[in-house]
Design a protein around this ligand. Structure first.
Ligand code: SF4
Length: 360
């Protein structure tokens, strides 16, 4: 995107080896569903998330057992680790000491000033950021009393309240989320937040639902926000395997041309001209390209009548013809292949093109 957006105007904040904010990238993250103290299960889940394209992972830290597991988890994973703490400052201190790359805690919920200061001092010493998580469902009582119910203005006020606590302590490595399960409210809150401060924004629609409904709801809400040039990191929240959250997030970013390292599938909607089993081929190829880390476009089309022309922007594609497949590149047919081997041939061509990109 060439226009200057809130995304690129935000303050850059380091999280491990990544930078959130200050550029047009949106970093994809997810949260584990395992008990954090179960290091084996947690690391195994994180490995699956990384394989799917997860760039940052968050773990819940509800008790000291979880906080004590952080060093071992950290040692065994390759991506930045965020530790999610609700109130207990001792858990925050333990997580920071254990190597957390970022903590998620609302300073206004920690309690006494000395406790807040201890957490901020520890985060500063390690150079790690704090994410403030504003949630429409848990706004401070005084804000709810003022507005009567959760509003975007109330959410921004809550964010500014927590930000001010950190700023007073000269702490500025801040990332803020403005989550709501109501899509309209989330869009308005993020838009207002983007005008109220320049800290990077973590995007999410909370409690969005199951894989199918939650995907639609998240895409509708987050798509509108991303399209406004807002958002620096994102988690799709689904009542599903967290790997699905990464897949949906990556697909959403691809839709907006914001995923520089992912392959895209173009497949036709099918019609009466169809000559091949397009639906199963498209699903097979979608799965195949899901781990490719290059911005290539692969097309799968039901027939040759409109096929190659309809997918002129594809780097490689296949169109069904009677009993065979037509392999094409950028709209030009390069060769014909028998139907039985056309999917394998397409995969080989995809690998070749991906290799060319990796070498660049
Ligand atoms: Fe129909 Fe062919 Fe277009 Fe697919 S590519 S929608 S089968 S005309």
């Amino acid at each position: 995107m060439s226009q200057v957006t809130h995304r690129s105007k935000t303050r850059p904040v380091n999280v491990g080896n990544l930078v959130i904010g200050g550029n047009d990238e949106i970093i994809i993250q997810s949260m584990t569903t395992t008990k954090t103290h179960d290091v084996e299960a947690t690391v195994k889940e994180i490995d699956r998330l990384v394989e799917a394209g997860c760039q940052i992972v968050r773990v819940a830290c509800p008790d000291m057992r979880a906080a004590e597991a952080i060093p071992e988890i950290k040692k065994r994973i390759t991506i930045p680790l965020v530790v999610d703490i609700h109130f207990d400052y001792r858990l925050a201190l333990k997580a920071i000491e254990g190597g957390a790359d970022k903590i998620r805690i609302n300073p206004g919920n920690i309690g006494k000033r000395e406790k807040v200061e201890a957490v901020v001092k520890a985060a500063k010493a390690k150079g790690i950021p704090i994410r403030i998580g504003v949630n429409a469902g848990s706004l401070e009582k005084k804000i709810l009393d003022k507005y009567g119910y959760p509003t975007a203005d109330g959410m921004v006020e809550s964010a500014l309240y927590h930000i001010s606590i950190l700023e007073e302590l000269d702490f500025h490595d801040i990332i803020v989320s403005m989550k709501a399960s109501d899509v309209h409210l989330a869009i308005e809150a993020y838009e207002k937040a983007s005008k109220a401060f320049d800290y990077p924004l973590h995007l999410g629609i909370t409690e969005s639902g199951t894989l199918f409904a939650g995907t639609v709801k998240s895409a509708a809400g987050l798509g509108a926000i991303v399209n406004m040039g807002i958002g620096n990191t994102m988690r799709i929240s689904l009542s599903a395997d967290p790997v699905e959250e990464i897949k949906v997030g990556r697909e959403l970013l691809k839709t907006y041309g914001l995923a520089a390292n992912a392959a895209t599938l173009i497949s036709c909607p099918t019609c009466g001209r169809i000559e091949i089993d397009l639906i199963s081929i498209a699903n097979d190829i979608e799965e195949y390209i899901s781990t490719i880390k290059a911005p290539i476009k692969v097309a799968v089309l039901g027939c040759a009548v409109n096929g190659p022309g309809e997918a002129r922007e594809a780097d490689i594609g296949i169109a069904g013809a009677r009993g065979e497949g037509l392999l094409f590149r950028h709209g030009e047919i390069i060769r014909k292949v028998p139907e039985e081997i056309m999917v394998d041939e397409l995969k080989k061509e995809v690998d070749k093109i991906a290799e060319e990109h990796y070498k660049k």
